[in-house]
Design a protein around this ligand. Sequence first.
Ligand SMILES: *Cc1c(COP(=O)(O)O)cnc(C)c1O
Length: 524
Amino acid sequence: MTINQSGWRPESPAQGNDPADVPTYTGNKALMLEEPLLFEIGDIGRTGVDLGERPRGESRLGGLERNRSIGLPGLTEPEAVRHYTRLSRQNYAIDLGLFPLGSCTMKHNPRLNERIARLPGFADIHPLAPIDTVQGALALIHLVGEWLKTLTGMPGIAMSPKAGAHGELCGLLAIRAALEARGDARQVVLVPESAHGTNPATAAFCGYAVENIPATDEGRVDLAALQARLGTDVAAVMITNPNTCGLFERDMIAIAEAVHAAGAFLYCDGANFNAIVGRVRPGDLGVDAMHINLHKTFSTPHGGGGPGAGPVVFSEALAPYAPLPFVEKQGEHFVLVEEETAAEHHGGAFGRMVAFHGQMGMFTRAAAYMLSHGADGLRQVSGDAVLAANYILRSLDDVLVAPFGASGPCMHEALFSDEGLAGGLSTIDIAKGLIDEGFHPMTMYFPLVVHGAMLIEPTETESKGALDQFIGALRSVAERAKAGDASLKTAPVHAPRRRLDETAAARKPVLVWKEPVQSQAAAE
Ligand SMILES: *Cc1c(COP(=O)(O)O)cnc(C)c1O
């Protein structure tokens, strides 16, 4: 794309005789609108508002005031509004279509949740408001915590962590506090190959040495290898269950027994709780700590960096080390247990994860979701999610290779490899072909244990019609890839931008706008 003073110009000149190839003056294609940067639309010398002359007074900044232009472009209000609206239309969103991303649980967020989250009594309160004035909000945080404890069969909870990875950090800090309390300085955390990437990252961030445990040919943790490695230097084992191959770790109880016998703790990454909620209680499997992504299982929208919440549930052994603050019910009153009040009965708390109490908006959405589904409804969520994933797996395993297809039904996500694609074509070409079909691509090249992995999680909120349309689209692209259709190498062809150099974009991102050299002015 090039730009000159009169606006956008399409990237390539007309080819062939198809009128659709003739570039438009604006670069727009009907309702597909091009959008330059704010700096290119606006003008640093321009302002969108009329303000009177600033009254001259004595500066009280002691010479620290800004002495150069701030360099921000001025725009009219419609220009500013249109800019962001146009950009938002170029985004793929769960409200536009199915989001097949595996490992992310991109599911529809019922509008009821939004309505409840916007109630001013929840949305407009201040974290420092006197406790007596926010009893309803504390009651709601407490309620969500009780549901999570019941659903997981675990007695302790920390509501404050703000994401799954933050929950992992919270869990490992509690484990470290418990080990320190017994004077045990273990240094190693074991992480199986089928774990989510945040697990080893969290362990390393906490200062532990991370060691890998291999997966079996079935795509599950190799129990014998785990048992062989356990010892007095191992602080914890982090297991993702259901794992990132979309499989349930059937040996979980044996794993927990082995971990505990070695004096270590079992951390479970519960981001995939969507597949088992209402059916399996991780506490019954021997888990010591597990985070739950409210922004996955309990429907809060995420992606694009929106806020999340990663509450952590704890076993009896770890509950005393859970962080502050937390909500406690005393009679009919809700209190926040803080440093000043914790000493009496929660002296083991390892500290705090965040300044305040966590993400109120996520708690409200989760509460609305839980209460509107009820226990039986949540059980149906996991049943329908698993059914949808198996429908995708079995509808496509004749055209794509499912590496663990023989390991029995999958859980919430279907996994394929790039085996059998024609030479030169790979997973990325299928993903780009899906963009032309109007879908966000699936998760690619993850998990690492599968060559050219394609990981697809449909969730329970998609209808059979929506699943069939996605299956049809992926089937047609996969068939082209198997037949060696080289045009896939140039996909996407219908997107606003063609195939981008993603490596360069990641390694050499251009994050600063530089004013283009005005060639016309230079010539004059
Ligand atoms: C999403 C996810 C995480 C990380 O959660 P964030 O909220 O993105 O930090 C960890 N583990 C698994 C299995 C996940 O799917």
